[in-house]
Write a protein that binds this ligand. Sequence first.
Ligand code: ZN
Length: 305
Amino acid sequence: MNSPPAPPADSLVTVDTCLACRSRDVRTHAPSGRTGFVILQCRDCGLRFLRDRLSLDAVVSDYDMDADAYAAFTDITRPEVIDSSHAEVLERIDQLVGPKPGRSLFDVGAGDGGFLAMARERGFAPAGNELSSGAIEMAWERNKVELHKGDLATLDAGLHDAVTLWCVLAHVPDGDVLLEDVKKVLKPGGLMFLQTPRWSKMDGMGMVAHDATKGRASRITDRRMAMHHMSLHTVKSMRATLERLGWEVVSIEPHVRYSLTTASYLHSLGISEKAAERASRPVNALLDRDLFFRNVLDVYARIPG
Ligand SMILES: [Zn+2]
């Protein structure tokens, strides 16, 4: 796989303190030999984050895929994993929100609307937004879900009982801004669910190779930390972020969840297509038994009522 071209310098924002706990005790790793990206590590809460981060404007223009590009992206995902994760999370949201008439759920970056369609079946009025016009078209065609185009800041305040963010936090340069916007669209006492990539044992192994070679062996760190994942959280860094912003944490739990097909995922780590196909079988067996690296955090939190 070719390295993506480095983004132009004027689309980057540079940080030097921990974005989660605000500590200044931050370790700087050698730049990636392939991309030049620099990963920082907070010694207090364990957050790993890119030093040079895409600005929000650059993120927004990157995500505006057309319908064909968006369809190509969804073709390499594992629908059975996505559906079972969606069902599991909705079950928990259902319990935490409780049976309220006219309860509503807003999904940030709602993609093809599959999650919202499932939420509608469980009695939530569905709402959501997308930056990608391709996704907005697809959500309507596949799931009859109407999405708002644009970011949360443009929406009416205090309307929703639950807000969900599937892998959105890691994509934004400043998570605080996003989490404050989520607060505004929630009703008092409202519930947020978010899933975000986690600093896992695999990342730790990748970083050992990266450090030992001063950034030359960077396949794993490049795959896991790039402009599409600008932060990898730990339970501690997630808790620090939420508490600093005034959220009441309900739970923060690591999970195994690979939404790409295993072969596509292994291929993206730099393994040849043929070898990735062969290696995907034992990895699938581990995934089926929930034994692969716990690569994401599931987070539930409330705003005070
Ligand atoms: Zn920290």
